[in-house]
Ligand binder design. Structure first.
Ligand code: TXA
Ligand code: MG
Length: 321
């Protein structure tokens, strides 16, 4: 398997090496509490372009820029009162704000893919924070997987998909949240969820009142939200209540049907936090099981279930390209 020799435990020396690589314009994979990121200097057009090249990602899809602090974020985007409130509540954490680019920002235009907004996040993972401090740069980082594939929640997943394209992979163990950050824009003074993720709708509503969802022909959509995404190689059968002998079962909760060629349970106790953290790794495991398809049991549409179901629907959608 290519790239496993690039995996380094995230010692202070390895983090310093990663920071040097980012300052040189190279690509580094690093852990965040959501998923592993494919990081590059967000002020360097060439470095950002290499992210798109490595992922095979369409250029119209903008990237999340990671910074160490809210103060650093304010240099690059214009925060209104609501943005300040949301940032104060959810940073550091699995939360991304899409805001107007600030006049004086040095961010590459490519991270915004031609939009006049930028997506910013202060991650909570100690290794990500130490790396951001060490390189003293805003770091553009999409999930560290080839475009359209399943997001990586371990260093080994990163090596599998992108190993030969990176300077190094900082290993911080499995990601705690396991789902990408919630992406929120502000429209008409209200938050709009562009992508459900690690911070739930209810958590945002507790701060900001009613929240709108993107889509449904609304003006604001997340350009990265292609219908088919997070896709394993095998087809998915959603809302499954049984499993055929040649199918693999992705179960949820205590009442999983018997049978199947292979099986994983997102959370035998029905805990949505545990399920989110297991989702991508279990999809990868079942994808390699030699089954004909993956049968997925229903997951309740509450709390983190909204983000889990969003990823499952995308994984099941007809493939594009
Ligand atoms: O948890 C995460 O968010 C991970 C970790 C590494 O931080 N990153 C991640 O990045 O998932 P990426 O590039 O795979 O997803 C970025 C999402 C896409 O849905 C993209 O369309 C949206 O954020 N986005 C970025 N900039 C935007 C902008 N200016 N306007 C609207 N949506 C934007
Ligand atoms: Mg991604």
């Amino acid at each position: 398997m290519g790239g496993t020799d690039l995996i380094k435990p995230a010692t202070p020396e390895a983090i310093a090496e990663a920071a040097d690589a980012i300052r040189r314009g190279d690509l580094v994979a690093f852990p965040t509490e959501t998923v592993y990121g494919l990081g590059a200097d967000a002020t360097n057009d060439r470095a950002v372009a290499r992210i798109f090249e490595a992922k095979g990602r369409p250029h119209f899809n903008p990237l999340i820029v990671h910074v160490a602090t809210l103060e650093a974020a304010r240099v690059h985007a214009d925060f209104d009162t609501l943005a300040e409130q949301l940032a104060a509540r959810f940073w550091p954490g699995p939360f991304t704000l899409v805001l107007p680019r600030a006049g004086g920002t040095t961010l590459s235009l490519l991270v915004s893919a031609g939009l006049d907004t930028v997506a910013l996040r202060v991650p909570g993972h100690p290794i990500a924070r130490t790396l951001l401090d060490a390189c003293d740069l805003p770091v553009a980082a999409p999930s560290a997987n080839p475009s359209g594939g399943v997001s990586p929640t371990t260093a080994a997943h990163v090596a599998e998909g992108l190993g030969d394209k990176l300077a190094l992979i900082l290993d911080g163990g499995p990601c705690r949240v396991g789902l990408e950050s919630t992406v929120v824009a502000i429209e008409g003074g209200r938050p709009v969820i562009l992508r459900p993720g690690g911070v739930t709708r209810a958590m945002i509503e507790a701060v900001a009142g009613p929240v709108a969802s993107a889509g449904g022909g609304g003006a604001l959509r997340s350009p990265g939200m292609l219908e088919s995404h997070y896709a394993p190689a095998l087809p998915l059968r959603l809302e499954a209540t049984d499993v055929a002998g040649d199918e693999a079962l992705l179960a949820f909760g205590p009442r999983a049907p018997e049978g199947g060629k292979a099986r994983c349970n997102l959370s035998p106790s029905g805990d949505l936090i545990e399920a989110a953290s297991n989702l991508f790794a279990m999809l990868r495991t079942l994808d390699k099981s030699g089954a004909r398809a993956i049968a997925v049991m229903p997951v309740p549409e509450e709390g983190l279930g909204e983000a889990i179901n969003d990823r499952l629907r995308r994984a099941a959608a007809p493939r594009v390209g």
